[in-house]
Design a protein around this ligand. Structure first.
Ligand SMILES: Cc1cc2nc3c(=O)[nH]c(=O)nc-3n(C[C@H](O)[C@H](O)[C@H](O)COP(=O)(O)OP(=O)(O)OC[C@H]3O[C@@H](n4cnc5c(N)ncnc54)[C@H](O)[C@@H]3O)c2cc1C
Length: 401
């Protein structure tokens, strides 16, 4: 295994870390009190600075103006940007656009690429991904009610989705809908591009999540598709291949999620250590002098390092032996890193006492918003069951002494 970082990447990471410290973290108090639309002008200013530094769109293809970093390189960028909620957006690699860009690049027609992919990569428009339904289990998405029925040259879509992240203000939704109800379960659904100004695309509400409905990019919408008519040329990839395409981006997407979470762990850990170092708890005592706090610090340091190495190892596996061979590693990191992050944020918050519960640090924001990491992109239990089945398969008929 080789996780060495080239000189060029060291320079890039240094520039990103400095930018996060100088330009983004100072914006957080404003971010925590203002709406997304109020923040947009200053975020656009920062995005412009990133473009001038030639650090825009680290994941995306060079032919569209991105940096096209390798998986291991982009993993390190996500770690560097993850420590602030403003990082990914400011550098043009935020979810769900990053995933949508990847599948549009791989499966989009020339017309779809010019119309949607280019402005998405340039950061001129936003997108969302609409799969999970209100009344059916997201953990088993082949159970899907949303249907796209052919009518003349169009698809007519009807269905009730929710948790479509960042739909508010997005130009397009990539919608999963059943197009081939008679096919096998994994070949029934297709991905269809739906411009959000199409009649019948009805954004019901931004769902309140942990007390905040949010707005714009930082929100999750409930959407009713009611006789929503789009041309059949808006089909993304082959008909019935929605799940096949979704599977395609699973590996790299997982690495990026997990390294962003490692970035959050690093930030929470820094805050925890600095608070323990400075907080006076008796006239001649700092919080850091208490063994229980020292134990938390040591445990968190070990947990973060273990989780980080697991993700880098999974990225290395994907790059060297491919996604299919790395399936176990890709499943393992999802629940390990999500739980590590939750533990580290919780400990950091506890060390801050009452201050941790306020929005005077970023910890409460992380605590509210990152709990979902154990649910989206496959709940903990689903990954554990699937990874255990894969492991147990290797033991079938195997003699163990
Ligand atoms: C913040 C956030 C953002 C999201 N963004 C998007 C988005 O942009 N687009 C989109 O389409 N969806 C999105 N989702 C939805 C997400 O993908 C689903 O919530 C997730 O797949 C779980 O589905 P569910 O909520 O229907 O839970 P269910 O499927 O009802 O599962 C509930 C619980 O049951 C347990 N469980 C389920 N299956 C099993 C099993 N096989 N074995 C053991 N236990 C099991 C797990 O504990 C699970 O948490 C988002 C969700 C959140 C919270």
């Amino acid at each position: 295994m080789d996780f060495s970082v080239s000189k060029r990447m060291q320079t890039i990471l240094g520039m990103i870390k400095e930018f996060v410290q100088k330009e983004l973290i100072p914006l957080e108090p404003e971010f925590l009190t203002k709406s997304f639309s109020e923040m947009l002008p200053v975020l656009e200013e920062k995005r412009q600075m990133v473009r001038q530094m030639e650090l825009w769109a680290p994941l995306h293809p060079k032919e569209y103006g991105g940096m096209e970093l390798s998986l291991l390189e982009s993993a390190l960028v996500f770690e560097a940007l993850g420590g602030t909620p403003l990082g990914l957006y400011t550098f043009g690699c935020q979810a769900p656009d990053a995933g949508n860009i990847e599948i549009l690049y791989q499966f989009g027609t020339a017309e779809q690429k010019e119309k949607y992919l280019r402005p998405l990569i340039e950061g001129k428009i936003r997108s969302c991904f609409s799969m999970t339904e209100v009344d059916l289990p997201g953990s088993n998405p082949v159970m899907m009610d949303t249907a796209a029925v052919k009518d003349g040259d169009d698809y007519v879509i009807n269905g009730h989705k929710w948790y479509t992240s960042a739909a508010d203000g997005a130009e397009i939704a990539i919608v999963m809908a059943v197009t081939s109800p008679d096919a096998g379960p994994y070949l029934q659904a297709s991905m269809i591009i739906v411009p959000t100004d199409t009649s019948g695309f009805n954004l019901v509400r931004n769902i309140p999540v942990m007390g905040h409905a949010g707005e714009g990019y930082f929100s999750h919408a409930e959407i009713l598709y009611q006789n929503c008519r789009v041309p059949q040329k808006n089909l993304l990839g082959p008909e019935g291949h929605g799940f096949v395409i979704a599977q395609e981006r699973l590996g790299p997407g997982r690495i990026h999620h997990c390294m962003r979470w490692i970035g959050i762990c690093n930030r929470a850990f820094d805050l925890m250590c600095a608070r323990a170092r400075d907080r006076i708890i008796a006239p001649d005592r700092k919080l850091a002098s208490k063994q229980i706090i020292q134990s938390w610090i040591a445990e968190c340091a070990a947990d973060i390092q273990a989780a980080r190495l697991m993700v880098l190892h999974a990225a290395w596996m994907i790059e060297t032996v491919g996604k299919k061979e790395a399936r176990k590693e890709i499943s393992l990191i999802k629940f390990v890193v999500a739980n590590t992050m939750q533990k580290v944020i919780d400990r950091a918050l506890q060390v801050h006492g009452g201050l941790g519960m306020t929005d005077d640090t970023i910890l409460a924001f992380f605590y509210r918003h990152e709990r979902a990491a154990r649910i989206y992109d496959g709940a903990d239990e689903v990954h554990k069951v699937s990874v255990a089945k894969r492991i147990l398969k290797d033991y079938e008929g195997k003699k163990v002494r």
